[in-house]
Design a binder for this molecule. Structure first.
Ligand code: NAD
Length: 411
């Protein structure tokens, strides 16, 4: 099944449960606009390569579109449409004044030199410039993009408009108007959500264990925030494999080893296991923080965690959700659990618009309060409509979108 159609399954369950107005449901089922661009880049060897990029704005009903830009060889138009749809729902669940968007370029950035990467980035911004801006659509980092790339994007966009444009993009370096607390924000939010789920289940953090799939931005911060909150992290992984230590991993050592070798696998004092074995560990919390479609009908039965807190976007298929419901596994869905990144991106945008900056403690406090509120709003909807947390999160999001569409006269 096409990933966008699969992503809409829980949304359709929410539409049925809440008996959403069919007009609102029809509007939400399709992105507002999707742009495909060709991006010619002069390579270091003198040749010219033409890359394909996208920017899909799923919704601007609740505010300017918001969402990251992904550089990956598997980027596709369906993927960016799906990720943009998830951003709309994520922002609505978090209570942010934003719609949703996503962008991407079909490229393996590891094959480019730094100069080629910069040229590609600048050319992409030139091509999508008519769609973006601080009141229109605000990009951010996603897989394989970072603060350096956001800096090039900001510089290019500022050249195009002829003015300093920090508010057009988030995830920037601090010296360009980035927010304190942004790098850790998604992982911190995953842990805020997981701690609320532990509370509901009456499990003290120091009695809990966690396994984290993926050790990039989201996974590594999720692991560190678990440890900061006294949850023992027994396993982490990356694309090359997973590592396990029953006594709890020494994350500083794992990070240092990863920096030196490019992978967590082989870190001293740990046992090497596979990613499949990590997903099946008997832990309190499993946090898939790598990529989409990791928990499927083929491996859902093997999962023994009590709680799944989704750091990645779309790690669980609808088939796997049904298995988790049957097994009584409490899933904190992506559009709730990984909303910490966009929440602090929102804080960055607010600080840029005001040209006034907050302390890290203020950012963390505001993020924590917003995410706890979102968690409980979703949980209340789950109890009210007798649905799982994923369907409940869509009920909260769709309710907010439908109300705004009605008042705007869209449907
Ligand atoms: P990243 O590139 O920094 O890290 C991805 C990690 O996953 C790496 O450690 C990589 O080795 C690992 N990985 C990739 N494929 C794997 C596989 N098949 N099995 C196991 N590990 C694998 O990316 P990120 O920014 O951490 O994003 C991870 C996920 O979180 C994505 O789904 C992204 O859309 C989502 N997300 C990111 C943010 C953010 O702020 N960065 C916010 C919300 C959601």
């Amino acid at each position: 099944m096409n990933i966008f159609e699969m992503a809409k399954i829980p949304m359709n369950q929410a539409i049925a449960a809440m008996q959403l107005d069919p007009g609102a449901a029809a509007v939400i089922a399709v992105p507002e606009r999707t742009l495909e661009v060709s991006i010619p880049v002069k390579m270091d060897d003198g040749s010219t390569r033409v890359f394909t990029g996208y920017r899909s704005q799923h919704s601007t009903v609740l505010g300017p579109a918001k969402g990251g830009v992904r550089y990956h060889q598997n980027v596709s138009i369906d993927e960016v449409k799906t990720l943009g749809f998830w951003m709309t729902c994520k922002c609505a669940v978090a209570g942010l004044p934003y719609g949703g968007a996503k962008g991407g370029i079909i490229v393996d950035p590891a094959t480019l030199s730094a100069r080629e990467l910069e040229a590609l980035t600048r050319a992409y911004i030139t091509k999508i410039a008519p769609l973006i801006g601080e009141k229109k659509d605000i990009p951010a980092p996603d897989m394989n993009t970072n603060g350096q790339i956001m800096g090039w994007m900001m510089d290019e966009y500022s050249k195009i408009t002829g003015q300093f444009e920090p508010g057009f993009i988030t995830g920037k370096a601090l010296c360009l108007g980035g927010s304190l607390g942004r790098t850790a924000a998604t992982g911190r939010g995953v842990v805020v959500a997981a701690l609320e789920a532990l509370k509901l289940k009456g499990i003290a953090p120091d009695q809990a264990t966690a396994a984290v799939q993926g050790f990039g931005n989201v996974g590594s911060w999720t692991a560190k925030m678990f440890v900061e909150n006294n949850v023992k992290v027994v396993a982490v992984s990356d694309v090359k494999g997973a590592i396990y230590c029953a006594e709890g991993l020494n994350l500083a050592a794992v990070e240092a080893y990863q920096k030196e070798t490019g992978s967590v696998v082989g870190c001293q004092g740990t046992k090497t296991i596979t990613n499949a074995e990590l997903l099946a560990l008997e832990v309190t919390v499993l946090a898939p923080c790598a990529m989409e479609l990791q928990l499927t009908k083929d491996n859902a039965d093997a999962v023994r965690a009590q709680i799944i807190a989704e750091g990645a976007n779309g790690p669980t298929t609808p088939d796997a959700d049904a298995v988790f419901d049957a097994k009584g596994i409490f899933v904190v869905p992506d559009i709730l659990a990984n909303g910490g990144g966009v929440t602090v991106s929102y804080f960055e945008w607010v600080q840029n618009l005001y040209r006034y900056f907050w302390t890290e403690a203020e950012v963390i406090e505001k993020q924590t309060v917003m995410m706890q509120k979102a968690f409980h709003e979703v949980h209340e909807a789950s109890v009210k409509y007798q649905v799982n947390m994923r369907v409940a999160a869509y009920i909260v999001a769709l309710g907010r979108l439908a109300e705004a569409m009605k008042i705007r006269g869209i449907c």
